[in-house]
Design a protein around this ligand. Structure first.
Ligand SMILES: *Cc1c(COP(=O)(O)O)cnc(C)c1O
Length: 455
């Protein structure tokens, strides 16, 4: 074993290998040396496991691979053929063109982010976005933070720290990715007071739980699962009445930030921002990057005094929105006041895409694939913490196993394409749903399909 150790090349020796030398023209010397050291310590460990010392060329190849992985841009684009509109693992949603331009412009320039041009004085980033949010929602005030999880945590910390937050047992839920209502409440410094049962909670349960120690009533939209059967929850109006009567703030976490009636597309009703404000919720909280269709952000709208209290809380500063997301969010909201949300915001273009449009597109795809695929009826999903279990009819491009040589393997091949294509497997066939493939990606996708199908 000792002789093997002697065979390990020195850092200097590796650095002088031509391949590594050429890397040193591109990459930082310190990073290169650090990767070489890592690789040498791995070789030492391998010797312990009775492996041999690789030759210099192999070591140089390994270093080249590692450093090129490090310098790979992420995230890279993916073609979403899954038919899941809000796809958590694929970064939820793409943004509108205007939002992208606004983000790019805010990134490239000094901006008025916290500058009041009119008075030549310091401004607030929230002042740019509050008026459009209050106008659209009918609320008195608005505050935008980093995401909805932080919006809820900051709100509770500011309003009900050291007090009880009343939550129905059926709503003390996990929304995925480590977001659990009981944890958010306890981390805000409040205590959760669960009432009712998982399937039935009555207004009396809320009423009986209210004491001097009550800091807030929290209503949470169970946005990623459905309960049915023997269930009951009091209507929002009753909760509003109770909260107002007792002088306790009612917080409504509605999740997806929906401002468009989803029933017109044959979907279930998703709670809407405007409806919750109108019903009298003191605060309504939602994500910017679900059905609202914008960048990651958490939006709080509601009563002015509460919003002021929240915005002054130190945790609000810790969770503030960045200028890029703010720029993209503002652009997204402008689509709503210009009545062009359905055509300009991708998530809504996808949801409102008609079956005829889908059919035309998938038929054209198939033509470009020499009509070798089948078209089958299927279902697209909304996904990502909104409209649980709801689907929209679609037409899928269905790739025959005779063509692909096996569904699992071909799905893998598509993921390894220069722009990965995420597909789905149904009935042991690879399927691609046109609803979630961006039209600008069509020709590229067909190119990849033709290539991988060896056409
Ligand atoms: C998605 C969701 C959250 C978390 O929102 P993020 O913006 O992802 O932090 C919180 N509450 C509900 C009801 C949700 O659906």
């Amino acid at each position: 074993m000792a002789t093997k150790y002697r065979g390990i090349p020195s850092v200097e020796k590796i650095l002088s290998h031509p391949k590594v030398k050429s890397l040193s023209n591109i990459y930082s010397h310190d990073v290169l040396v650090s990767i070489i050291r890592e690789s040498l310590s791995r070789i030492r460990e391998d010797i312990q496991d009775s492996k041999d010392v690789p030759n210099l060329a192999t070591i140089a190849d390994g270093i080249s691979t590692r450093i090129s992985h490090l310098s790979q841009q992420i995230p890279t684009p993916v073609i979403n053929g899954t038919g899941v509109v809000i796809h958590t693992n694929l970064g939820r949603i793409p943004l509108s063109e205007d939002a992208v331009l606004a983000i790019s412009s805010a990134a490239q320039n000094y901006t008025t982010l916290e500058f009041d041009i009119e008075n030549n004085s310091r401004g607030s980033r929230n002042s740019h976005i509050e008026p459009i949010l209050t106008q659209l929602s009918g609320s008195e005030a608005a505050l935008v933070l980093n995401n909805n999880a932080s919006a809820l945590m900051v709100s509770l910390a500011a309003i009900s720290k050291g007090k009880d937050v009343i939550v129905s047992r059926g709503e003390a839920v996990e929304i995925g990715g480590g977001f659990r209502i009981p944890d958010i409440i306890s981390n805000s410094g409040a205590s959760i007071l669960e009432i009712g049962t998982t399937n039935r909670t009555y207004i009396e349960d809320y009423e009986n739980a209210i004491t001097d120690k009550t800091g807030a009533i929290l209503k949470v939209h169970t946005s990623n699962f459905k309960v049915s059967g023997f269930v009951h929850e009091p209507p929002l109006s009753e909760l509003v009445g109770l909260a107002a009567n007792k002088g306790i703030p009612l917080l409504h976490d509605i999740g997806s930030g929906c401002m468009i009636d989803t029933t017109q597309f044959g979907l279930a009703h998703e709670p809407m921002i405007q409806t919750s404000v109108e019903a009298g919720s003191d605060l309504v909280l939602f994500s910017g990057d679900k059905l609202l269709g914008g960048p990651q952000s958490g939006i709080i709208i509601g009563k002015k005094n509460l919003i002021t209290t929240i915005s002054r809380h130190p945790t609000a500063r810790a969770a503030r929105i960045d200028k890029l997301s703010l720029a993209g969010l503002k652009s997204t909201l402008i689509h709503y006041i210009q009545n062009e949300a359905l055509t300009r915001i991708p998530v809504w273009s996808m949801i409102s895409m008609t079956l005829d449009e889908i059919k035309a597109r998938v038929t054209l795809w198939n033509k470009l694939l020499d009509d070798k695929c089948a078209l089958t009826n299927g279902l697209s999903a909304i996904g990502g913490g909104s409209l649980p279990g709801e689907t929209l009819p679609t037409i899928l491009l269905s790739l025959d196993n005779k063509l692909t040589g096996g569904a699992d393997r071909y799905a893998r091949t598509l993921l390894e394409a220069p722009i990965p294509i995420a597909s789905r497997i149904e009935e042991d066939r690879v399927m691609i749903d046109p609803r979630t493939v961006l039209p600008k990606q069509d020709s590229h996708m067909i190119g990849i399909l033709r290539q991988t199908l060896k056409m």
